[in-house]
Design a protein around this ligand. Structure first.
Ligand code: G1P
Length: 295
């Protein structure tokens, strides 16, 4: 079994849910406490042993490339002023992994964004992590990408994360139809998938939160993909073909997930991660308690 060494992070969306903040800043670069959203996603990939990270960026996303590049002036200033801790942090970002940036010239959909990574990924299995979803595992637990990689290794099948959602939420997600016997604890085989169904159309309550491990055969399906839901080239449609032809597994996971590309999810991520932050947690908890007393 080949281990997973490459990850693709699509970050080429227009960020319309977050306007006007995202007019000139990619949503993936919005800070959660003191790190951009994308940084948490890259950390998750690296913890799973990923070495090459392909970021699919659109227009106005040069700040993503700059973030992982050298900042001569900043590094020089930090060095001269003796701020070695900060200098180390800044340097470590650059050395985190090989970051490869690929431009998606038109926002044609998530399926198209993933297809843009093919020249770099080649014929290896690879991970996909959506750039606006933050997944935090308990200390010592494997990350969601690691959990998927473990399932891929044991089953030999493409493996994607799923989470239970309420009927009022299914229209926001790709929803899987299990072959049989789906539980919230164990991985199961997928029969088919539907992108953003209505509550009536939804074949289950298992939603895709944006973490995937694919066999390179997904590219064969993406190559011929036609626009689907909302006239976009949907990743879900090619996953459907993958499920029918090669097999696909859905994996419930253990981690806290934040939809940081959504205003409410973003606020939740900031509050909960600030409560875990070594410098901030005590004062912030006191502040929240005082505030809660006034609500
Ligand atoms: C995308 C995918 C969808 C998935 C979702 C997770 O939709 O198309 O299948 O469930 O991400 O956030 P988007 O939110 O980009 O519209």
């Amino acid at each position: 079994m080949k281990s997973i060494k490459k990850a693709v992070i699509p970050a080429a969306g227009l960020g319309t849910r977050f306007l006007p903040a995202t007019k000139s800043t990619p949503k993936e670069m919005l800070p959660v406490v003191d790190k951009p959203i994308l940084f948490y996603v890259v950390e998750e990939a690296i913890a799973a042993g990923i070495e090459d990270i392909v970021i699919i960026a659109g227009r106005q996303k040069t700040s993503i490339e700059d973030f992982f590049d050298r900042s001569y002036e900043l590094e020089d200033t930090l060095e001269k002023t003796g701020k070695t801790d900060l200098l180390e942090t800044i340097n470590s970002i650059r050395n985190m992994a090989n970051i490869i940036s690929v431009r998606q010239k038109q926002a044609l959909g998530l399926g198209h964004a993933v297809y843009c990574s093919k020249p770099v990924v080649g014929d290896e299995p690879f991970a996909v992590l959506l750039g606006d979803e933050i997944m935090i595992s308990e200390k010592g637990d494997p990350t969601v990408t690691q959990q998927l990689a473990t399932n891929y290794d044991s089953s030999g099948l493409s493996s994607v994360a799923v989470m239970p959602v309420g009927a009022s939420q299914v229209h926001k997600y790709g929803i899987v139809k299990p072959k049989s016997g789906a539980t919230t604890e164990h991985a199961f085989e997928v029969e088919s998938l539907v992108e953003k169904p209505t509550a009536e159309e939804a074949p289950s309550h298992f939603a895709l939160p944006g973490r995937y491990i694919f066999d390179a055969q997904i590219f064969e399906h993406l190559k011929n993909a036609k626009p689907g839901k909302n006239n976009e080239i949907q990743l879900t449609d090619s996953m459907n073909l993958l499920a029918q032809n090669q097999g696909l597994m859905a994996c419930p996971f253990k981690a806290k997930r934040y939809d940081a590309g959504d205003k409410l999810g973003y606020l939740m991520a900031n509050v909960e991660l600030a409560l875990k932050h070594s410098e901030l947690k005590d004062e912030f908890r006191d502040y929240l308690k005082t505030l809660a007393g006034q609500l």
